[in-house]
Design a binder for this molecule. Structure first.
Ligand SMILES: NC(=O)C1=CN([C@@H]2O[C@H](COP(=O)(O)OP(=O)(O)OC[C@H]3O[C@@H](n4cnc5c(N)ncnc54)[C@H](O)[C@@H]3O)[C@@H](O)[C@H]2O)C=CC1
Ligand SMILES: NCCCC(=O)O
Ligand code: NA
Length: 504
């Protein structure tokens, strides 16, 4: 497949079904992390734009062309969006790669997931019609109670940069399926493909105001969205500190939030693995896929001491074999991290690990052959102590730290030794042991004999400092529905709680 060359389309904000210049007319640069060059710009929205977008969303909910649609009618729009995304797959993949830095073939596979997600939520939107009013059986005949599932209202969706269009889709697809009107604020570090989703919605004729897209900085656009009194809910994916800020601001308005935050997930490897190369590859994929910028990365390898030396030797050979290049090259397997800020943050975490006494077994620096771009070698750190920052803090870069264990109890203790609780993985031939670990892992996601595969049907999310709420599957639809119970008195008899006054 020839990778198309692309220029960044120049876009405005997408509000009320059309492109609108931000009130303050500011714009932000778009930087290609592989070249460090400015390749375009995006509009910078502020509180004034947020207010205009929220009003447009509220109007959409009040109009028949969106607010009173059935799930089946909304499904048509979702399927039309899916078809358009598929049609534009090569161009969207290229835009994703030059904006985010992920290898082109990974970006293209993200776009496939976007298509599947919109189609999946179209099916769920259709199915919603038969579930939007259900009777609840009571112990009394004089009353009838029904439960209505209705759109929650205007929802604010705030997304990160590591899977730009996919994380946007994880929120937009279920929100639209539920019949909400959405205001999306993608990350300023990778907004291009989310703006292209606006163009796709315009082309398929999505009713104005159903989806509004405001690019801009977190504190200038995201924060006013969270605090806006006419926004009914916030769904957020990003860092822990920002999640805390969002939850604090939302609490002032008793506004519900779902938070998909960071992680420091373990990968436990036992010496009974049937094939060391299969186990080594899952270990690499679990931490170095997406240029290492995965919220659920299994960035802590916990390996049984009986196999550790042989496993690490093989891990080194596989790691040296990873092709690090411009992500537009066909067989690139590791591109740059998202930004200079992230590049410096990751290198700082590595140097702190060294200063605290850990060993950089491999990597830890800029690859020699790449003088430009925010590239960091895939890095393996050993002689790690549980008191070290590299063991405790999320790196969000291609950095794997390693500890050994002797017994199952020790492995479980090490695996759960984290403030996070997103994912956890175990590689072992003994499936009863895997079952024991599944129960013992303090996480929302468990992988057995693999790491990272993520599908749109099961729930996605964590516990502890990884946040709460679930994305994907039917679970995500619930995030955007209001559950209303309706109780009707169906008897002709008086209620007779009070003594009736003398007859009229
Ligand atoms: N869990 C995940 O999937 C992700 C975790 N991260 C973690 O977050 C760290 C920082 O990355 P960032 O992109 O800066 O994440 P971030 O959490 O700062 O930003 C994520 C989104 O929140 C918005 N935002 C920032 N401050 C806000 C505020 N006060 N109110 C409302 N919205 C706000 C941003 O504009 C962006 O759209 C990374 O180093 C990584 O550790 C980053 C991206 C994804
Ligand atoms: N495979 C999707 C992971 C989602 C995230 O890193 O936020
Ligand atoms: Na960028």
């Amino acid at each position: 497949m020839a990778i198309p060359n692309m220029r960044i389309p120049s876009r405005q904000l997408f509000i009320d079904g059309e492109w609108r210049e931000p009130v303050k007319k500011n714009r932000l640069p778009v930087i290609n992390p592989a070249t460090e060059e400015i390749i375009g710009d995006i509009p910078a929205s502020t509180a004034e734009d947020v207010d205009i977008a929220v009003k447009a969303a509220r109007r959409a909910l009040g109009r028949n062309d969106w607010g009173s649609t059935t799930g089946a009618q909304r499904a048509k729009y979702l399927r039309a969006i899916a078809a358009k995304v598929l049609e534009k797959r090569p161009e969207l993949a290229t835009l994703e790669t030059i904006d985010n830095g992920k290898p082109w073939f990974e970006a293209a596979s993200d776009i496939d997931d976007v298509v599947a997600c919109f189609e999946y939520y179209a099916d769920l939107a259709e199915a919603l019609d038969s579930k939007s009013k259900t009777e609840v059986k009571l112990h009394l005949d004089s009353f009838k109670t029904h439960v209505y599932k209705e759109p929650l209202g205007v929802v604010g969706l705030i997304t990160p940069w590591n899977y730009p269009l996919l994380m946007t889709t994880w929120k937009v697809a279920p929100a639209l399926a539920a019949g909400c009107a959405a205001v999306l604020k993608p990350s300023e570090l990778a907004s291009i493909t989310s703006l292209e989703l606006g163009e796709i919605c315009r082309e398929v004729g999505l009713p104005p105001g159903a989806l509004n897209i405001l690019t801009g900085l977190g504190h200038e656009a995201g924060s006013p969205l969270v605090s806006h009194p006419d926004v009914d809910k916030i769904a957020f994916t990003g860092s822990g500190p920002t999640g805390i800020k969002i939850m604090t601001a939302a609490a002032q308005l008793v506004k519900p939030v779902t938070l998909e935050l960071g992680g420091k997930s373990p990968l436990v490897v036992f010496d009974d693995i049937p094939n060391i190369d299969i186990a080594v590859e899952w270990t690499l994929f679990g931490c170095f896929w997406t240029n290492g910028q995965i919220c659920s990365a299994t960035s802590r390898l916990i390996i049984q001491d009986t196999i550790a030396s042989q496993f690490l030797d093989r891990l080194l050979e596989w790691t040296k074999n990873i092709k690090i290049s411009d992500p537009l090259e066909e067989d690139c397997k590791l591109g740059p991290v998202i930004s200079r800020g992230q590049y410096e943050k990751v290198l700082k975490l590595i140097s702190t690990a060294k200063n605290e006494g850990a060993t950089i077994l491999y990597g830890g620096e800029r690859p020699q052959h790449l003088k430009k771009g925010y590239y960091i070698q895939p890095t393996i750190i050993t002689d790690v102590d549980t008191s070290m920052e590299i063991w405790k803090e999320e790196v969000f870069g291609p950095v794997l730290c390693v500890k050994t264990f002797k017994t199952e109890e020790e492995a479980i203790e090490l695996a759960n030794d984290t403030k996070y609780g997103l994912g956890a993985a175990i590689l072992s031939k003994d499936l009863e042991r895997c079952e024991r670990f599944t129960k013992a892992f303090q996480s929302g996601i468990v992988w057995i004999n693999c790491s990272q595969p993520c599908f749109w049907q099961p729930p996605w999310g964590g516990k502890k400092r990884s946040g709460f709420g679930r994305e994907l599957g039917e679970w995500s639809l619930e995030n955007y529905l209001n559950i209303k119970q309706v109780t009707q008195y169906v008897s002709d008899e008086p209620w007779a709680f009070y003594k009736s006054p003398s007859k009229l």
